[in-house]
Design a protein around this ligand. Structure first.
Ligand SMILES: Cc1ncc(C[n+]2csc(CCOP(=O)(O)OP(=O)(O)O)c2C)c(N)n1
Ligand SMILES: [Mg+2]
Length: 275
């Protein structure tokens, strides 16, 4: 599939804006999860601004594609993408993590109905996405379901039960994305719980596996389009990413999993993201 240079450039610019929003949101809230938000940003951008069929002005549109943020802690990038494509005003991003805000530290469908599933307890999102994919099939709706999963989250046994059932039910309308940034809350995955080799494991579970550079927009788009063409198997995109991507002092640093920069650090981060 040929994707124009113009489209790639436009998406890269949007991703840069989303990364800036992430920094502003966590700085203002003085808490949050910048590391995993910055690693997943390029995939979320591709989905919300190019790949998914959805109508931000009509979030309950029956034929919409669904997005489940299984790694609910890194919802900053999701909130920014949703605001920037028109689900709610971008000014609402300033309320992130405040009492009574709709933008809580983990996505809450009760507060924000255009969120497809409340998440944050790791391990559950893929099961929810499978329920949605089965429901769509039963209802004869040809929409797709996307589910973003953390690589540390793969330590949860429920993910593997879900992986088994998605293949069993031949859910080709389901696409999981692994944000394979190598880190979890307190260290490197390979030291805490080594889940390698991920491609072989998912293949053995009956999935179509695509491996990409999760920061290369044309590879990301190519992978989503490849997944759409797959028949009778769910697809997993294993995206090699970097925690904290785009902000040098955060990149590959476990301490930026769940803390906010100071105002001074935020100035440096934003300057860097302004390019
Ligand atoms: C069931 C459960 N256990 C523990 C936590 C606490 N927790 C929040 S984020 C996180 C690490 C997740 O790592 P990963 O999935 O790799 O996410 P990322 O690196 O993308 O931030 C943990 C253990 C949780 N949210 N849910
Ligand atoms: Mg991780």
């Amino acid at each position: 599939m040929k994707i124009s240079e113009k489209t790639i450039k436009r998406l890269e610019e949007t991703a840069r804006t989303i990364r800036q929003d992430v920094i502003k949101m966590v700085t203002q809230a003085e808490s949050g999860h910048p590391g995993g938000s910055l690693s997943e940003t390029d995939m979320i951008t591709a989905l919300f601004f190019n790949v998914m069929r959805h109508k931000p002005k009509n979030p309950q549109w029956e034929k919409r594609d669904r997005y489940v943020q299984s790694k609910g802690h890194s919802c900053e990038a999701l909130y920014s993408a949703m605001a920037r494509c028109g689900y709610f005003p971008t000014s609402e991003l300033n309320t992130f993590r405040q009492i009574r805000s709709r933008l809580q530290g983990h996505p809450s469908r009760a507060d924000l109905p255009m969120i497809e599933a409340s998440t944050g307890s790791l391990g559950q999102g893929l099961s929810i996405a499978i329920g949605m994919a089965l429901g769509l099939r039963i209802s004869d709706i040809r929409s797709r379901v996307y589910c973003m999963i953390g690589d540390g989250e793969l330590d949860e046994g429920q993910v593997w039960e879900a992986a088994m059932s998605a293949a069993h039910y031949e859910l080709d309308n389901l696409c999981a994305i692994i944000d394979n940034n190598g880190l979890q809350i307190d260290g490197w995955n390979e030291e805490i719980m080594n889940t390698a080799p991920l491609p072989d494991k998912f293949r053995a579970f009956g999935w179509h596996v695509i491996e990409i550079d999760g920061h290369d927009m044309s590879e990301i788009l190519g992978a989503f389009h490849d997944a759409e063409r797959m028949k009778d198997k769910p697809t997993v995109i294993i995206a090699e990413t970097m925690k904290g991507k785009g902000v040098k002092f955060m990149e590959n640093k476990v301490e930026w999993h769940g803390k906010a920069p100071t105002k001074e650090q935020a100035v440096i981060a934003l300057r860097e993201l302004n390019g």
